[in-house]
Design a binder for this molecule. Structure first.
Ligand code: SF4
Ligand code: SF4
Length: 113
């Protein structure tokens, strides 16, 4: 995920957000360096500093309603795992299925890069 400045018609994430609300252990930190992690507002970081803070399964930085209209409050600063989940990939399909959303076709291009 998820939505940033990409026009809605070109970014299915803007009407989704499922991967950001799938599991509390998903938006974890992996290969980010200390400088990248320091830029994420502390209010969105979990108590152990190992990933994004979640409310239940939902990332605290996710705004909006899953399956309707969503955005990421830290889009430009989001962790690597968020950048790696691509519309139409396996993780995307699993997350969308959880929320009753149809799977997407694998993208010809990643709108997030
Ligand atoms: S589940 Fe797929 S379409 Fe939905 S926000 Fe994540 S990457 Fe985008
Ligand atoms: S940081 Fe943003 S892109 Fe990553 S899970 Fe949270 S809301 Fe989604």
């Amino acid at each position: 995920m998820t939505a940033g400045a990409t026009p809605a018609a070109a970014d299915p994430c803007r009407a989704c957000g499922a991967c950001c609300a799938y599991a509390a252990d998903w938006p974890r930190f992996t290969l980010e360096d200390d400088a990248a992690l320091a830029r994420i507002p502390p209010a969105y970081v979990d108590a152990r500093g190992t990933g994004m803070r979640c409310l239940g399964d939902r990332c605290a930085a996710l705004d909006g309603e899953v399956g309707r209209a969503t955005s990421c409050a830290v889009y430009e600063l989001r962790p690597d795992v968020c950048r790696a989940c691509l519309p139409g990939d396996e993780a995307c399909t699993i997350a969308r299925t959880r929320f009753g959303l149809a799977a997407l076709d694998p993208p010809a291009a990643n709108p997030h890069l």
